[in-house]
Design a protein around this ligand. Structure first.
Ligand code: DQA
Length: 148
């Protein structure tokens, strides 16, 4: 398997930079993508970076990741707290997942404390803003036994 990771973003993350900057910061999704690509380049990892507002599209992309990518970094946005479909898709493809959130979901409303993704992820990083994506990439690379 080539050194390739899929970085998936769920609903409303296309609005980063203008969406509740007091919660999610001022970086845009393009900024986050640039950080992920720089981290990938430094570790010799190909990064496929995507965003969709549609649950089924995210499910399709997770299915397609099998055989193409060695693992997934995912910020599923609000689907984190609701989507059995995304959880089942991850279980089905048997790829390691690093779950990422910009905000600390455990400091926020009660309904954000539950994550269906956490149940099938290797681990979760939240509360550190966009750097969390880079930490997720590094953590997955280590999990996969990839040396820099
Ligand atoms: C989020 C947290 C979710 O609760 C929220 O619905 C999002 C973003 C985060 O990155 O902090 O859309 O996943």
């Amino acid at each position: 398997m080539s050194r390739s990771l899929l970085v998936l973003n769920g609903p409303n993350l296309n609005l980063l930079g203008t969406r509740q900057p007091q919660v999610y910061g001022s970086a845009t999704l393009r900024d986050v993508e640039a950080m992920c690509r720089a981290k990938g380049t430094s570790l010799g990892i190909d990064i496929d970076f995507r965003q969709s507002n549609h649950e089924g599209v995210l499910v399709d992309w997770i299915h397609e990741a099998r055989g193409r990518h060695a693992g997934l970094v995912i910020n599923a946005g609000a689907y984190t707290h609701t989507s059995v479909a995304l959880m089942d898709a991850i279980t089905s493809v048997e790829l390691p997942v690093a779950e990422v959130h910009l905000s600390n979901i455990h400091k926020r409303e009660e309904f954000r404390h539950r994550s269906f993704i956490s149940k099938v992820a290797v681990g979760m990083i939240c509360g550190f803003g966009p750097i969390g994506y880079c930490l997720g990439i590094e953590a997955l690379a280590d999990h996969l036994g990839w040396r820099a």
